[in-house]
Design a protein around this ligand. Structure first.
Ligand code: HEC
Ligand code: HEC
Ligand code: HEC
Ligand code: HEC
Ligand code: HEC
Length: 232
């Protein structure tokens, strides 16, 4: 048998004739169900496909890779509210001017920052991560209990421009709420995004399992799955 005839046989077994009806039937179904289908699609697909990768152009080409990766600045130098409140603030222009009143002091890329610092107005950064209003979120509880920025934001320290790296959908949140021991780490390593228990993967997994259980037990970390934990 020639290869294409073989292929034909294979495809006709995998995709029998009646399957050709499927698109039409599905189309009719969609029209009949209308709203239901749209709602389902929004529920299951919105977070993953439209949010992950969202990378708006910012008014100033600020690079986390330069400031945290190369210069080694800690996240809390700029986001100093992150372990004290539900909100992780963005730095004001005066924080940037701590250095940029000297470094690159006449660079055109920093014109907006100089202007903002002088007039005491915020830099118009475009917000990237945003949970819907009906979801309650709190940075402090996570950061204080040993859950790293990297779990929810990815490798920010390697990004020139911040993009939305994780879905932050309900199932994403619940994946960790069901088994916090798999993600918990020493509290002083929370802003060290590339940190691992060991460079050997097998050893790292063993240590995570051992220490994860221990931390969760010793620190009385809860596994919050009831709806009211996040929808209040
Ligand atoms: C020198 C100050 C500075 C440091 C240090 C810094 N950031 Fe930022 N961060 C900013 C600024 C300014 C923005 C807003 C512009 C942007 O998105 O790039 C921002 C934005 C972000 C955002 C996106 C905010 C949004 O709109 O959703 C996240 C997440 C973030 N930073 C995490 C981190 C993490 C994690 C670290 C430590 C590894 C860190 N940052 C270190 C200044 C800083
Ligand atoms: C602790 C000092 C320090 C702080 C604080 C700081 N920067 Fe920088 N920044 C630097 C240094 C050092 C460089 C690299 C200078 C060079 O390229 O020669 C730099 C580079 C830059 C550049 C050039 C981009 C690039 O890729 O090289 C921009 C834009 C910038 N910073 C914006 C900011 C903004 C906005 C803030 C406040 C949110 C800020 N910086 C806070 C030290 C700092
Ligand atoms: C458990 C998940 C989680 C962890 C851990 C986490 N974040 Fe966030 N972050 C979020 C969510 C969700 C939002 C959107 C919050 C909102 O809608 O206000 C957010 C928003 C932000 C923002 C934008 C400003 C804001 O609060 O809306 C910054 C900046 C930020 N995070 C920085 C950090 C830094 C720095 C760390 C680590 C020290 C960190 N985050 C750890 C989930 C997390
Ligand atoms: C990497 C693990 C992890 C992820 C991801 C995570 N959480 Fe949590 N979260 C926890 C743990 C563990 C606790 C319980 C902390 C404790 O015992 O105090 C918690 C607690 C909370 C609380 C309770 C706060 C309070 O004040 O009672 C809320 C609300 C919450 N998380 C919302 C979220 C939402 C919304 C998301 C997704 C955007 C999320 N979490 C993602 C681990 C995580
Ligand atoms: C760990 C936090 C967390 C818990 C616990 C949780 N949710 Fe959610 N829920 C979320 C987040 C985050 C979203 C928003 C997802 C998004 O942005 O698309 C959400 C969205 C929803 C939505 C809206 C879906 C839509 O159409 O967009 C419903 C309905 C919902 N949750 C119901 C529940 C119910 C019922 C429970 C209890 C069984 C529950 N949630 C428990 C975090 C949580």
């Amino acid at each position: 048998m020639e290869w294409y005839r073989k292929m034909n046989l294979v495809t006709s077994v995998i995709f029998p004739k009646w399957i050709n009806w499927l698109p039409l039937a599905a189309g009719i179904g969609a029209v009949l169900l209308g709203g239901g289908v749209t709602a389902g699609v929004t529920y299951y697909f919105t977070p993953k496909y439209t949010r992950v990768g969202y990378e708006p152009v910012q008014p100033v080409p600020f690079s986390h890779a330069v400031h945290t990766g190369q210069l080694g600045m800690d996240c809390r130098y700029c986001h100093n509210g992150v372990e004290k409140s539900w909100f992780s603030n963005l730095p004001g222009a005066s924080t940037c001017m701590n250095c940029h009143s000297q470094v690159l002091k006449d660079d055109p890329r920093l014109a907006i920052v100089r202007e903002s610092a002088k007039n005491n107005t915020p830099v118009p950064w475009v917000q990237i991560h945003k949970t819907p209003d009906y979801v309650y979120f709190n940075h402090e509880v996570h950061v204080q209990r040993g859950f790293s920025c990297v779990e929810c934001h990815g490798r920010i320290d390697e990004m020139d421009e911040v993009y939305h790296a994780k879905p932050l959908s309900m199932s994403f949140c619940l994946d960790c709420h069901r088994q916090p021991a798999a993600f918990i780490r020493p509290v002083d390593k929370v802003t060290d995004l590339g940190w691992q228990w060991s460079t050997n993967d097998v050893e790292a997994a063993t240590l995570q399992e051992l220490n994860g259980k221990k931390f969760v037990h010793d620190w009385k970390v809860e596994s919050l799955q009831s709806c009211s934990a996040c929808h209040r």
